[in-house]
Design a protein around this ligand. Structure first.
Ligand code: HEC
Length: 147
């Protein structure tokens, strides 16, 4: 009985992480129009939903002001900052520290799709988020974690 209960909980947790508990995804995507641009996706993006979709980031990143760096740097206030400079005490890879760009909608979208395509040699081992609206939601969440 106990293991069945555990299994049911596990299944619930898995289905939640698969879609981020996002029942509004398809309706919001439709609202953004056919072949939506990133700007159109950002208009329907939702920071609260993005917070849940950032669950996979939280294995390596903290988001609250003052929280410590983990395997990855604390991401509070990273939006709008130069790449690899937000947390001077963190041991960034030389590749990211010298990348030269800054974090905005476009660079974050490309980064969250495939970090290595933006900064070859980055130490962020992350497979990427394939769904464009899921990326937009996470970007909206990052924007909400401002300085
Ligand atoms: C397996 C660990 C891991 C996961 C999971 C991960 N990251 Fe990272 N992230 C890192 C590391 C390590 C770095 C630093 C990379 C470097 O120095 O090249 C980084 C760097 C970053 C940066 C640049 C920070 C700066 O100060 O310039 C952003 C933005 C970022 N990650 C966002 C995310 C988001 C959003 C997610 C979830 C969708 C995520 N990461 C998932 C490990 C991870």
């Amino acid at each position: 009985m106990k293991s069945l209960h555990t299994l049911a909980l596990l299944a619930a947790a898995l289905s939640l992480s698969a879609c981020g508990g996002d029942k509004t995804h398809d309706a919001r995507l439709a609202k953004a129009g056919p072949n939506p641009s990133l700007a159109a996706l950002m208009k329907v993006a939702d920071a609260r939903i993005g917070d849940r979709k950032a669950a996979s980031c939280k294995a390596c990143h903290t988001f609250d002001a003052g929280a410590p760096d983990m395997a990855g740097p604390n991401l509070h206030g990273v939006y709008g900052q130069p790449m690899g400079r937000n947390r001077p005490g963190f041991g960034y890879s030389a590749a990211l520290r010298d990348a030269g760009g800054k974090w905005d909608d476009a660079t974050l979208d490309a980064w969250l799709k495939n970090p290595k395509a933006v900064v070859p040699g980055t130490a962020m081992m992350f497979g990427g988020i394939a769904d464009p609206l899921n990326r937009a939601d996470v970007i909206a969440y990052l924007r909400s974690q401002g300085r």
